[in-house]
Ligand binder design. Structure first.
Ligand code: FAD
Length: 455
C-alpha cells in the first residue's frame, strides 16, 4: 500500500542523514554509519527488510538467515595497536599483565550472562529495540549510575578494561564511559544475540559505502516522493490535518503541504522548533543531549605498516581520542590495491558537548588535518606523505547520548507521544540509542499507527 499522506523532506542535498555516503574513483565510503551487526532473530520485520535488500542468500533450518558472504565483513576484521604492535581483535590482550587479562575475561563473561538474562516480566533484560527490554527494576536501576561507576562498584579496576569499555561507549554513543548510563553501557555488550546459518551476533554486515547501502535500497522505494534540498520550517497541528511549511533551498521558494498524517523523523531539538512549542523545546533542552562527531575520508597510497596483525576493516589505536579508521575498500574483491579510502572516526567528547561543538565550529580544514595526521602517524609514519586527499565532515548533533536517567526517564516517552493522532515521531533520539535497528523500528511503528487509522 502506498501511503500518500506521508511527507518526505530532507534538509540536505542527499538522503541518508547520519548514514549517508560518498564515492570517488577508488570506492564508495561512509560519512557516518558503516555497519549493522547480525540482527537478533526476533526482529523479523527487520530481517525481512534485509532480505528485500538482497543481503540474505537463503533461509536455513528454523528460518535462520544465511547472509551473502560478500556482505559479511571479510577477514581480517579488526586490529588494535597496543604496546607498540598490532594485535588481532579489539579486546586488549597483547602485552597485558595476567591479572588484567583475567579481569577482562570475567567482565565479558558477566556481559554474556546479561545477554541471556530475562526480567521478572519475562522480557530480555537488554533488548533491541530498547523499548522491548525488561522493565524489571533489577535492570532499570542500572540507568541511575554511570558505566564507570558500575564497573568500580563491581570491582573492575583494570585500566586496560576501563580503556576498552570507554572505547566501546565512545564507538556506539559518542560518549565516554564515565558519562554514559550503566544500563546503556551494558546494553552495548548484552543486547545482541542474533544467530545465522553462517554468522553470529559478533559478526557484522558492511559495504564500502557503509549503511549508505541500506539508504540506497530505501531510496528506491520512495524516490518519487522524496524532496531533497528542502527544509521543513514549521509544522502546524490542526485537529483533522497537518500543515507543513517548507523552504525549497534549490529554488529559494517557500511552499506548504497539507497532509492528513505527518511523521517527523527529524531529531527532537528540530521537532520542538518546527512545532513552535516552547514547553517541548524546554523539555528537549533539559533532557536530550547530543554527541558531536568528526568523520574524515582519507584517500591514501599504500601505507607502511607496523609489526603484527595485517591491515583490517577496523583499525583502532589503544588510548587514542579517535576510534581509528575503517578501510572502506576492505570489501572490494581484488587483493592487490595501490590506493584506499580510509574512513576516520572521532567522537568529540573530551569536554562537554556544547564546548566541543563551539570548538569544532572554529576549526578550519587544516586544523582537522593536523589532528588526524598527529593521531595516525603513531601507526603509519608515512601518513602525511602518502595522503592524496582528506575531506572532513563535522556532525554537530550526531547522536543521542543515553546519560544516566535518560533511558528510563519520562522525557523520552513524552516526546515519543503522537500529537492529535496525526503527528508522529520517528527519530532514534526517542529510542535513547542511535543504531540502525532503532531507526528502522521508529519508522515502522509510526507507519503502523497511520495504517491502523486507515483500516
Ligand atoms: C559518525 C556516526 C557513525 C555511526 N555509525 C553507525 C553504525 O555503524 N551503525 C549503526 O547502526 N548506526 C550508526 N550510527 C548511528 C546512526 O545515527 C543511526 O544508525 C541512524 O542512521 C540514525 O537515523 P535517524 O533517522 O534516527 O536520524 P538521522 O540520520 O539524524 O536523520 C535525520 C534526518 O532528518 C533530516 N532533517 C533534519 N531537520 C530537518 C528539517 N527541518 N526538514 C527536513 N528534514 C530535516 C536530516 O537532513 C536527516 O536526513 C552512526 C552515527 C554517526 C553520527
Amino acid at each position: 500500500m502506498i501511503l500518500q499522506i506521508l511527507f518526505y523532506s530532507i534538509s540536505e542535498k542527499e538522503v541518508g542523514g547520519n548514514a549517508k555516503s560518498g564515492a570517488n574513483e577508488i570506492s564508495a565510503f561512509p560519512w557516518g554509519a558503516h555497519y549493522v551487526p547480525i540482527p537478533n532473530n526476533d526482529l523479523t520485520a527487520y530481517i525481512d527488510f534485509l532480505d528485500e535488500c538482497g543481503i540474505i542468500k537463503s533461509r536455513g533450518e528454523n528460518n535462520l538467515p544465511e547472509y551473502k558472504e560478500e556482505y559479511l565483513c571479510f577477514d581480517p576484521e579488526e586490529r588494535l595497536f597496543i604496546n607498540g604492535r598490532w594485535q588481532d581483535g579489539l579486546v586488549p590482550h597483547f602485552g597485558l599483565p595476567a591479572k588484567d587479562i583475567a579481569q577482562i575475561d570475567t567482565f565479558l563473561k558477566q556481559m554474556n550472562v546479561y545477554r541471556y538474562t530475562t526480567g521478572a516480566d519475562g522480557k530480555d533484560a537488554f533488548a533491541i529495540p530498547v523499548n522491548a527490554s525488561s522493565t524489571d527494576t533489577v535492570f532499570t536501576t542500572l540507568d541511575n549510575i554511570t558505566m564507570k561507576q558500575w564497573m568500580l562498584n563491581n570491582h573492575y579496576e583494570s585500566n586496560y578494561l576501563h580503556n576498552y569499555v570507554n572505547y566501546c561507549t565512545k564507538d556506539d554513543f559518542g560518549t565516554p564511559h564515565d558519562k554514559i548510563s550503566a544500563w546503556a553501557g551494558i546494553h552495548y555488550f548484552a543486547a545482541r544475540k542474533g544467530k545465522a546459518v553462517n554468522a553470529t551476533y559478533s559478526d557484522v554486515i558492511t559495504w564500502p559505502e557503509g549503511n549508505g547501502f541500506l539508504v540506497n535500497q530505501l531510496k528506491k522505494i520512495c524516490k518519487a516522493q522524496t524532496k531533497t534540498n528542502c527544509l521543513a520550517t514549521k509544522i502546524i497541528a490542526q485537529q483533522d490535518k497537518v500543515i507543513v511549511e517548507c523552504f525549497d533551498a534549490a529554488n529559494k521558494k517557500y511552499f506548504a503541504v497539507e497532509a492528513d498524517q505527518c511523521i517527523v523523523a527529524a531529531p527532537q531539538f528540530v521537532a520542538g522548533r518546527l512545532l513552535n512549542n516552547n514547553e517541548r523545546m524546554a523539555a528537549v533542552k533539559n533532557n536530550f543531549n547530543y554527541a558531536p562527531w568528526m568523520v574524515a575520508n582519507i584517500k591514501v597510497n599504500e601505507l607502511k605498516q607496523k609489526e603484527g596483525a595485517p591491515l583490517s576493516w577496523d583499525n583502532v589505536i589503544y588510548d587514542s581520542t579517535s576510534l581509528g579508521y575503517i578501510d572502506a575498500t576492505h570489501q572490494q574483491l581484488q587483493l592487490y590495491k595501490t590506493k584506499r579510502n580510509l574512513t576516520y572516526y572521532m567522537p568529540l567528547c573530551a569536554t562537554d558537548a556544547v564546548t566541543e561543538r563551539q570548538q569544532a565550529q572554529q576549526k578550519k580544514h587544516e586544523d582537522w588535518v593536523d589532528v588526524i595526521f598527529r593521531d595516525l602517524e603513531k601507526i603509519h609514519e608515512d601518513i602525511e606523505e602518502k595522503t592524496e586527499e582528506i575531506n572532513v565532515m563535522v556532525w554537530g548533533h550526531a547522536m543521542i547520548q543515553p546519560l544516566p536517567g535518560f533511558i528510563t526517564g519520562e522525557a523520552r516517552k513524552e516526546m515519543a507521544r503522537s500529537i492529535n493522532d496525526n503527528i508522529h515521531f520517528a527519530h532514534t533520539d526517542i529510542a535513547g540509542i542511535s543504531i540502525f535497528e532503532e531507526a528502522f523500528y521508529q519508522g515502522l511503528n509510526a507507519a503502523k499507527k497511520i495504517m491502523a487509522k486507515q483500516i
